[in-house]
Write a protein that binds this ligand. Structure first.
Ligand code: SAM
Length: 284
């Protein structure tokens, strides 16, 4: 069955009485070249297992199953179950878990379903929860080699920007703390049905086994980053001194000891400087 064919999709929906739920980010891929590319560039080489988030009608799930030992997919919409029973019937190495990815205990899911195998994440993410899903996978230190996901192009550019440039944000710093992000390829809005209002891109995060930067106090590090970027085009000394309860004068001294100008904006600060700033502030 050709799952990117509009006629096939329409007849599946009609037979099973399914209609799209916009609020769940249900934009399904209809460009046949995209899913094989996500699976291949996502590291599905026959030796690993895959975790997918959001099956839709199974168009990517199928490509993952063809290239992995086992694919586990989490899907929130139980209304897709009868469709998936039909579209994925020929595969014995797919397990679908119906639930909200944000509520699922991923450590348990990994223990029970992957049992120590090497795992990659591949998904066409629902855009309303792009950053929360990526941060959940990284912060919970789920043992995955890489995370290859389709996201809105703007989000891809932000996540993959260099830290210390105008394009970066708090999410760029957070992602770089846990992984090495890379933009793989762009995908136009016409590749989906229904077509969204924005273009997309596929990115891959190669997850580091150990964190990339020594920050001292991890919770403090994320408080600093969040506060620094809360007014991204303004000097970061003001929001930082308010967040940390330190006088602006004392804070500027620590900034300057770290080689950061008193007038610096968050987007001018590099990863190592953020890490060093946190180490110094942890000692205060
Ligand atoms: N993989 C399919 C494709 O590429 O055509 C579908 C991708 S569609 C952009 C996102 C999918 O994620 C939908 O099937 C939607 O129902 C599902 N989804 C939305 N929110 C979810 C959540 N919180 N947890 C799990 N799945 C979710």
């Amino acid at each position: 069955m050709q799952l990117t064919d509009l006629g096939t999709i329409k007849s599946l929906f009609a037979r099973h009485g399914f209609s799209f739920t916009k609020s769940l980010g249900q934009n399904f891929l209809i460009n046949p070249s995209v899913c094989p590319k996500i699976a291949e560039l996502g590291g599905c080489d026959g030796k690993v297992c895959a975790l997918e988030i959001g099956t839709g009608i199974g168009v990517l799930t199928k490509e993952l199953a063809l290239r992995t030992k086992k694919t586990v997919a989490v899907e929130i919409d139980k209304g897709l179950e009868p469709i998936l029973n039909e579209t994925l019937a020929e595969f014995s190495n797919i397990e679908i878990v119906f639930g909200d990815i944000m509520d699922i205990d991923l450590s348990r899911l990994f223990e029970e379903r992957f049992k120590g195998e090497d795992v990659v994440v591949c998904a066409n993410l629902p855009y309303y929860i792009t950053s929360p899903v990526i941060m959940k996978l990284l912060e919970e230190r789920i043992p995955v080699r890489s995370i290859t996901v389709m996201v809105q192009r703007e989000a891809a550019d932000r996540i993959c920007a260099a830290v210390g440039t105008r394009e970066c944000g708090a999410v760029t710093v957070a992602v770089n703390y846990y992984s090495r992000p890379k933009k793989l390829f762009n995908v136009s809005r016409g590749s989906f049905s229904p077509s969204p209002n924005v273009d997309s891109a596929v990115i891959r995060l190669d997850v580091s086994q150990q964190v990339n930067y020594e920050v001292g106090d991890e919770r403090l590090f994320f408080r600093i980053v969040k506060a620094a970027f809360s007014q991204r085009r303004k000097q970061m000394a003001n929001p930082l001194s308010a967040e940390l309860g330190i006088s602006k004068q004392d804070l500027i001294k620590v900034l300057e000891d770290t080689g950061i100008k008193a007038s610096a904006r968050a987007e001018e600060v590099g990863m190592e400087q953020f890490a060093q700033l946190c180490r110094k502030l942890s000692k205060n």
